[in-house]
Design a protein around this ligand. Structure first.
Ligand SMILES: *[C@@H]1O[C@H](CO)[C@@H](O)[C@H](O)[C@H]1NC(C)=O
Ligand SMILES: *[C@@H]1O[C@H](CO)[C@@H](O)[C@H](O)[C@H]1NC(C)=O
Ligand SMILES: *[C@@H]1O[C@H](CO)[C@@H](O)[C@H](O)[C@H]1NC(C)=O
Ligand SMILES: *[C@@H]1O[C@H](CO)[C@@H](O)[C@H](O)[C@H]1NC(C)=O
Ligand SMILES: *[C@@H]1O[C@H](CO)[C@@H](O)[C@H](O)[C@H]1NC(C)=O
Ligand SMILES: *[C@@H]1O[C@H](CO)[C@@H](O)[C@H](O)[C@H]1NC(C)=O
Ligand SMILES: *[C@@H]1O[C@H](CO)[C@@H](O)[C@H](O)[C@H]1NC(C)=O
Ligand SMILES: *[C@@H]1O[C@H](CO)[C@@H](O)[C@H](O)[C@H]1NC(C)=O
Ligand SMILES: *[C@@H]1O[C@H](CO)[C@@H](O)[C@H](O)[C@H]1NC(C)=O
Ligand SMILES: *[C@@H]1O[C@H](CO)[C@@H](O)[C@H](O)[C@H]1NC(C)=O
Ligand SMILES: *[C@@H]1O[C@H](CO)[C@@H](O)[C@H](O)[C@H]1NC(C)=O
Ligand SMILES: *[C@@H]1O[C@H](CO)[C@@H](O)[C@H](O)[C@H]1NC(C)=O
Length: 644
């Protein structure tokens, strides 16, 4: 649901949105010398660049045909996913980094965060965000915190290798979440603390329900209970049946709490691989609690990098690990172990969610988790989960000390903007892959002899072939590994032309130079959540007589081919151009809005052969819009702020 602010903007920008307007302001760049040395070494800013894997031998064919059925009913049923929502990829946010990412309290919300959330929300129709993680288990409520903060931390759990702190929160946390929802359409998952089943500390549920209302979409019961013994949260007699008993205890506690009107949106078991979901199902988890559960969840990271930080496990050389992320087998082998559990959940009418994932636990790998390779990997993994009938997946965000995510600056915020995690682009692009209709069905095409390096997917919307996604995992600057996929429509004809958006970078190793339809969010400490550069959607003419469209895909790249025109996306963007470096408490008026057509029918002219005309039109529109956009912002008139 888009509330007041966005609604006002949409109204004002209705005309211009379809005319593909982009209004950006330049971000004042920081004073480089002011960077402290400690800020440069945080994992999120690590500059390790790995070597891309060599071109595989034998190399996949550089030309192949995909003969794609025109309607979903012509696809073998067993190969067609359930309908996938545009909200498929969301974020999982460790509770302890809420201040860093969201802001100090409900009146000081990080503007770049709103922009980043909004870019996805406007493509997907909403954005699903889970707050929780290890830090949810010890969380507790207090009436007030110093400096009116919504969240504070306290070292609590030294048993867990990630030494996650206890989170202390006030009621203002929920006003903060609610305010984020009103601005950018976020729906929330929260978690019940599960460290002490004699005292579930249900305030988090009570306040979430009271303040978030419909924007609360699920309550997680237990986070990775299969690791409770390892983390010394339970003694070693604890098994799947104990967890199921404890969920029953929680259900009883919630039933007895008159401040919890909605009781049937529980999500579990969130096991991480030490127990299988089936082991929990076998204890009666789904059957006993079917009326209480709204979804089934798991959590999983393909690998871990715990040794460098915690001295546990063994050292994995990132350079040797890198290639294991850069092929289709990676995604397929991550999803395959869950297919049986997904099908059990489906039969019980429960959506199946990957509640927390990313490239590697214990913070990810330098050079991998923040690379364009990770962008492609996470996108393929997401599409493969959707193909495997998952209904959603949350990419975990853990703060500056991990390699895999979005990072706001902390004490450098007077000079610098944010740093984007490369998998943010995966989530953004996936939102366009699935779109807003909640009817997207995805098929793994397995074309090009099912090459591991060139996976392809077809996406049906309202039953008709709508989009095709084409990956190239190979890095080869010579151009010899670029390929051309020829699309033919079985039982129909290709359109006279298709529009293609490319997700590009020079190499799978790069971190800074990632573009989507020629726009980028920026490099390290340059990101304010608005796209920079001119959008360029490529129009490719098709041969309707031969029923073929030839789509070039460079190495490396992902191409999203639109066979049908899309509705316009109008971006209401929060400006951070008003940053000052005079004080820590900066109040910012969102005086500049930007609209950016994510994928509109008319706007595609811009990227086609009439580029010159289009950019002239763009300039004129920009000029005429300046005043109007400021007016719209004034009407919206909310108080956003930035806090360091
Ligand atoms: C990046 O991480 C690697 C591996 O942990 C480390 O050796 C290197 O010093 C780090 N670089 C920076 C600039 O922090
Ligand atoms: C996904 O669900 C559909 C509908 O139940 C089924 O036909 C299909 O085989 C499932 N896909 C996989 C990969 O199991
Ligand atoms: C659970 O967490 C709360 C809040 O952090 C703490 O006060 C309590 O002692 C913990 N209980 C157990 C059994 O660990
Ligand atoms: C948020 O924090 C600022 C600074 O401490 C304070 O002025 C403001 O009143 C706080 N807002 C709320 C809702 O507590
Ligand atoms: C935003 O937070 C404030 C509390 O600081 C609250 O009064 C207000 O209702 C919130 N707005 C929304 C839309 O939730
Ligand atoms: C393990 O914990 C349970 C629940 O607290 C308790 O009943 C049981 O006696 C403990 N078992 C051992 C062997 O410590
Ligand atoms: C697990 O359940 C068994 C069987 O009821 C019980 O003996 C044991 O104490 C339980 N362990 C914990 C940690 O609750
Ligand atoms: C689940 O339901 C069955 C049948 O009613 C019952 O025997 C069993 O004790 C229940 N399990 C739990 C953990 O509540
Ligand atoms: C492809 O990925 C799989 C799974 O991650 C890995 O085991 C395999 O070594 C990779 N293949 C190549 C050629 O790197
Ligand atoms: C095909 O798509 C339509 C519209 O989304 C849907 O109602 C129908 O169930 C789909 N058919 C199959 C076999 O999935
Ligand atoms: C970014 O990509 C462009 C185009 O591929 C290239 O010319 C430029 O050198 C790259 N910049 C960096 C910093 O890698
Ligand atoms: C891509 O964006 C750059 C600005 O970042 C612009 O100079 C260039 O013309 C754009 N390319 C196309 C093909 O639109």
């Amino acid at each position: 649901m888009l509330l007041f602010a966005i609604a006002v903007w949409s109204l004002c920008l209705l005309d211009v949105a379809t005319a593909s307007v982009t209004v950006f302001n330049q971000i004042p760049m920081g004073i480089q010398s002011a960077v402290s040395s400690t800020a440069t070494v945080a994992a999120a800013y690590n500059d390790t660049i790995l070597n891309p894997p060599p071109v595989p031998v034998p190399a996949p064919a550089t030309s192949f045909t995909l003969n794609i059925p025109s309607v979903n009913t012509s696809v073998p049923q067993s190969q067609l996913s359930i309908p996938i929502p545009g909200t498929f990829f969301g974020f999982s946010i460790e509770m302890s980094v809420i201040t860093q990412l969201f802001g100090v309290n409900s009146t000081f919300i990080q503007v770049p965060l709103l922009n980043l959330f909004n870019l996805i929300s406007e493509r997907a129709g909403a954005l699903h965000v889970r707050i929780g993680g290890n830090t949810q288990e010890f969380a507790y409520y207090v009436p007030t915190l110093p400096e009116n903060r919504a969240i504070s931390k306290q070292k609590a759990d030294t048993n867990n290798p990630t030494e996650t702190p206890a989170v202390i929160y006030t009621m203002d946390l929920f006003y903060m979440l609610s305010n984020i929802s009103s601005h950018v359409g976020v729906k929330w998952y929260i978690g019940v603390p599960f460290n002490d089943t004699s005292d579930f500390r249900l305030e988090i549920v009570e306040y979430s329900e009271a303040i978030l209302g419909d924007n609360l979409i699920g309550i997680q019961v237990g986070n990775e209970p299969d690791l409770y013994v390892a983390h010394q949260h339970r003694n070693n007699t604890y098994g799947p049946a104990n967890y199921t008993v404890e969920v029953g205890e929680l259900i009883a506690a919630m039933a007895a709490d008159s401040n919890i009107p909605v009781k049937n949106i529980l999500i579990g078991p969130s096991v991480s691989g030490t127990w299988t979901p089936e082991q929990v199902f076998d204890t009666g988890f789904i059957t006993n609690y079917t009326d209480d559960l709204s979804a089934i969840s798991v959590e999983h990271y393909p690998t871990e990098n715990c040794f460098p930080v915690y001295g546990i496990s063994t050292y994995h050389d990132p350079q040797l690990v890198f290639p294991t992320f850069l092929n289709h087998t990676s995604a397929v082998s991550l999803v395959q172990p869950y297919l049986n559990a997904v099908s059990i959940s489906q039969a019980a009418g429960k959506p199946f969610l990957m509640f927390e994932t990313n490239s590697a636990s214990c913070g990810g790998f330098p050079g991998i988790s923040d690379s364009f390779g990770a962008t492609l990997w996470a996108l393929d993994y997401g599409l493969q989960m959707a193909y495997g009938n998952f209904s959603g997946a949350m990419l975990h965000v853990g703060g500056q000390n991990v390699y895999y995510n979005v990072a706001p600056p902390t004490n450098q915020s007077k000079y610098f903007e944010w740093t984007i995690g490369s998998v943010y682009y995966s989530a953004l692009v996936a939102a366009e892959v699935f779109g807003k209709t909640n009817t997207a069905q995805i098929v793994d095409m397995l074309g090009n002899n099912a090459s591991d390096f060139t996976p392809q997917y077809a996406i049906y919307e309202n039953g008709a072939l709508a989009r095709v996604g084409l990956f190239n995992f190979i890095t080869d600057p010579s151009g010899a590994s670029d390929y051309t996929a020829t699309i033919t429509v079985d039982g129909g004809t290709v359109p006279s032309s298709v529009q293609v958006k490319y997700l590009l970078s020079d190499s799978v190793s790069t971190k800074n130079n990632i573009t989507w339809a020629n726009q980028t969010l920026g490099t390290v400490r340059e990101v304010d959540g608005r796209f920079k550069g001119d959008e360029h959607v490529v129009t490719i003419p098709c041969d309707t007589g031969a029923n073929t469209c030839q789509i070039p895909v460079s190495a490396p790249a992902f191409a999203l081919v639109f066979l049908t025109p899309e509705n316009a996306i109008s971006t209401a963007t929060f400006s951070t151009t008003m940053y000052t470096n005079t004080a820590a408490t900066v109040r910012i008026d969102p005086t500049v809005l930007a609209t950016s057509n994510g994928m509109s029918g008319k706007s595609w002219v811009l990227g086609s052969t009439s580029k010159q005309q289009a950019s002239g039109a763009l300039r004129r529109l920009r000029a005429s819009l300046g005043g109007m956009l400021v007016g719209a912002a004034a009407v919206a008139g909310f108080l956003l702020g930035h806090w360091d």
